[in-house]
Design a protein around this ligand. Sequence first.
Ligand code: PMV
Length: 343
Amino acid sequence: MAPDVYLAEAPSNIAFLKYWGKADAAAQWPANDSLSMTLRHARTQTRLQRSASGHHEIHFEGKRLAAQDPFAQKMLRHLTFLSEALEESQVPLHIDTHNTFPASCGIASSASGMAALTIGAVACWLEASSWEALTNKGISRAQLASWARRGSGSACRSLWGGFVVWEAAAGPASQRAYPLFPSAHWDLCDTLLLVSTAPKSVSSSQGHTTAWESPLFLPRLSGLPTRKRAMLEALADCNLAQLGPLLEQEALEMHSIMLSVVPPIVYLLPQTASWIVQIRRWRQEEGLEVYFTIDAGPNLHLICEPSTQPALLARLAQAGAQWLEDGIGEGPTLGMGRNKKWE
Ligand code: PMV
C-alpha cells in the first residue's frame, strides 16, 4: 500500500518589528522581541510521505535537490533536529515543497518553509493528520513554533494568523511566540513591490551573526522597547497614522545595522531608495496613506488599508512597477490525502 501523504501549508510573515541579531546563536535566542503580520497569499506548500529509498529525498519546485544543495542541507539539518526533539529516530521522508512566491528575495521564504517542514514532518512521523490529532499526541502549536524557530527564527511567527509576537524574554528557555490579534482585528494590505527577485548574496543566517559588530546595534536595542510599546498601541487602536512611521523607522534602522558592519551587507538597490522617495512623495503631496517596510532584500512591502489600495495600484501601474498583492492572513493548515489539490 502506498504511504499516506501529509500536506502542510504555512504562511510567510512580514516583520513590523524586526528580528536581526541573536543573543545566543546556539539556542537561537534573539537579541530583541519582534512582531509580524502573517501573509495571506505568500505560502509554502509541503507534501510529505515516508520515503521508500531509505534516505530523505527533497524536491523543491518540482526538482529533486542534491543532498549537498545548501537549501537541502538546511532542511536536512532541521529534520535531524526534529527527529532528536521527538526523542526517537524517525524514518526518512520524501518531501515535495514549493512556494507561491519567489524565494530568497525578502519575502521570508525560510519562515514559511521551515514552519511547513516542521508541521509536516512531525505530523507524518506521528501519523497525526490534523491539529486535533497532534494535540492528542501531546504536540501543541506553541511546541511546533519553538521547534520551527530552530530551523529559522522568523518561522516561529508563521504558526498563527493575524499579528504575532516573538518575545525574547529573560532567557532562551523562556522565549516564546504567541498570537497578538487575529486577522479580523485589522484588515491591512501588503503590496509587495518587486525591485529584484534575484537570490540574495548574504543569507539572513550569516547576516544575524554580524549585528553586534555594528556601532548602532546597542543604541537600537535600547530604543526598541519604546518602539514596541508604540507599535502595540497603534495595532490595538488600528491607527495607521501612528503605525506607519514606526514601520519605516524600524525597516531603515535594521538596514542601518546591516550597512554599518565591515564589510557592509547591502541588500538595498538604487531602485529601493527611489521607491522610498516616491512613496513618501505620494503620501505628502497626494495624501496616499501608504507606508513601507523592507526585509532582508531590496523589495518593499507597502502597507495600507483596503480603501487606499486601488489608488496605490493605479499609481504603481502608471509607474511601470511590478508587484504581488498580499495582505493579512490566516495561520498554517495541515491535512492528509493523496488526491487533495492545493487551493
Ligand atoms: O528567520 P531568519 O533567520 O530568516 O531572519 C529573518 C530576518 C528578517 O526577515 C530580516 C526580519 C524578521 O524578523 O523576519
